[in-house]
Design a protein around this ligand. Structure first.
Ligand code: PMP
Length: 428
């Protein structure tokens, strides 16, 4: 098939520049202009089908008919808010909480992962009476002013009450040392806060350290760090916006891989298959204390339409066995990526869990020198080949491979073939 150029990309870019604030960025040298989505595919304005190996928001596939139907049905009946009684938000709460360890038995709904994290920050401050937060060196936790101060990946620095610890880099730190080193770094952060007269309210991390570069192994390595913060009077907030809802394949949530029970868990992106729903899950004693001291009303969070959508997503995850799919296809994908590593010197490391994989591009394998330029060439080369992936890591040296969950082994093979071609064309 001959592919027509995108007819109006230049016009749309010019309109954006005129109308939207410049803090927004467009991905890819050749911007994407999708007009339709179905499963793991996007269709561009010129009719071209693009394999989506990047987007985790359409968790059960773009425009899943059951989710669309649930949304439309409830939107046609009623949409209000959590200040009135409604069964659907309770049905959804029950179904969602059933996926968590028994200790985590209450939920509060929000619209975005940022709001869930912002609420978790408020709860942690309120119940501990402490002000300090510890995050990883290239973390991203959200858009609010409080979270921007805890999101060093934005390049703005962190707040005076925030300390960063190096990401637990499994490529550069030996597996046997990684847990002890992460713990020692958290202990040093606690000590540094103490020097400023601040106690920790929480250690907050993404349980796959995605924006730091995706670090998942060895499972259990975060335990010592979590004990350290609890010992200092702080909570552990597990940010599951990236890892959560079946993507890990082995477990529903990233923290479960580490055999931990967090104090607070924040969820977002994948819960609504594109619809903005998010949540904070908690130990009830914490919310009792928070509820005594504070009120919380999120106008759109937990509304009947969002709850219906959330329920439909959980139905699809169960009925299409997407946890098992993530495990099976993830293993196939990882094996294929390992195969490419043996063929291409520029692939320094392959890592991942379930349907969350990353490869790290290097200019020199023995010294493990990160190669962000090569990573960018691969991302843009794949986009030209009709495949979407993203970048991750402090320098943008990693490829973020994170497709919608119904990704099949055929889809994985299609992706691996294109990746092989693009890697083969990289400058030596
Ligand atoms: N936490 C993590 C780990 C994230 O990746 C993101 C979004 N990329 C957020 C929080 C914020 O979620 P949202 O964009 O829904 O506000």
């Amino acid at each position: 098939m001959t592919i027509a150029p995108l007819p109006d990309a230049a016009d749309l870019l010019a309109r954006r520049a005129r109308l939207l604030g410049p803090a927004y960025r467009v991905l890819y040298e050749e911007p994407l202009h999708p007009v339709r989505g179905e499963g793991v595919w996007l269709v561009e304005a010129n009719g071209r089908r693009i394999l989506d190996v990047y987007n985790n928001v359409p968790s059960v596939g773009h425009c899943h008919p059951r989710v669309v139907e649930a949304l439309a049905r409830q939107a046609a009946i009623l949409n209000t808010h959590t200040r009135y009684l409604h069964e659907t938000v309770l049905d959804y709460a029950e179904r969602l909480l059933a996926l968590f360890p028994a200790e985590l038995s209450q939920v509060m709904f929000t619209c975005t992962g940022s709001e869930a994290n912002d609420l978790a920050v408020r709860v942690a401050r309120t119940v501990t009476g402490n002000e300090g937060f510890i995050v990883t060196a290239n973390a991203y936790h959200g858009v609010t002013a409080a979270l921007a101060e805890m999101s060093p990946s934005l390049g703005l620095g962190v707040g005076r009450h925030v300390r960063t610890v190096p990401a637990p880099d499994s490529y550069r730190v030996p597996a046997a040392e990684i847990g002890a080193r992460f713990q020692a770094d958290v202990e040093a952060a606690i000590a540094s806060l103490a020097e400023a007269g601040i106690k920790p309210a929480a250690l907050l991390f993404d349980t796959v350290f995605a924006s730091d570069g995706l670090f998942v192994d060895p499972a259990g390595f975060v335990t010592g760090a979590v004990q350290a913060v609890r010992g200092a009077g702080g909570l552990f907030i597990a940010d599951e916006v990236q890892a959560g809802l079946a993507r890990m394949g082995s477990h529903m949530w990233g923290f479960e891989r580490h055999a931990l029970v967090p104090d607070l868990v924040t969820l977002g992106k994948p819960m609504g298959d594109g619809h903005p729903i998010a949540a904070m899950i908690a130990r009830p004693a914490l919310l009792e204390e928070f509820g005594r001291r504070s009120r919380y009303f999120n106008t759109f969070g937990g509304n009947p339409v969002s709850a219906a959508v959330g329920l439909a997503v959980l139905d699809v995850v169960r009925d299409e066995e997407l946890l098992g799919n993530a495990r099976r296809v993830g293993a196939h994908l990882l094996a294929g990526l390992e195969g490419l590593k043996s063929l291409h010197e520029s692939v320094g490391d392959v890592r991942g869990a379930g349907l969350y994989a990353g490869i790290e591009m290097v200019s020199d394998r023995p010294s493990r020198t990160a190669a962000p330029k090569l990573a960018s060439l691969v991302v843009n080369g794949l986009r030209r080949e009709g495949v979407l992936v993203g970048l991750c890591g402090a320098q943008g040296q990693g490829l973020k491979i994170r497709p919608p969950l119904p990704f099949s082994t055929t889809d994985a093979d299609h992706f691996l073939e294109r990746l092989d071609e693009v890697l083969a064309k990289l400058p030596a």
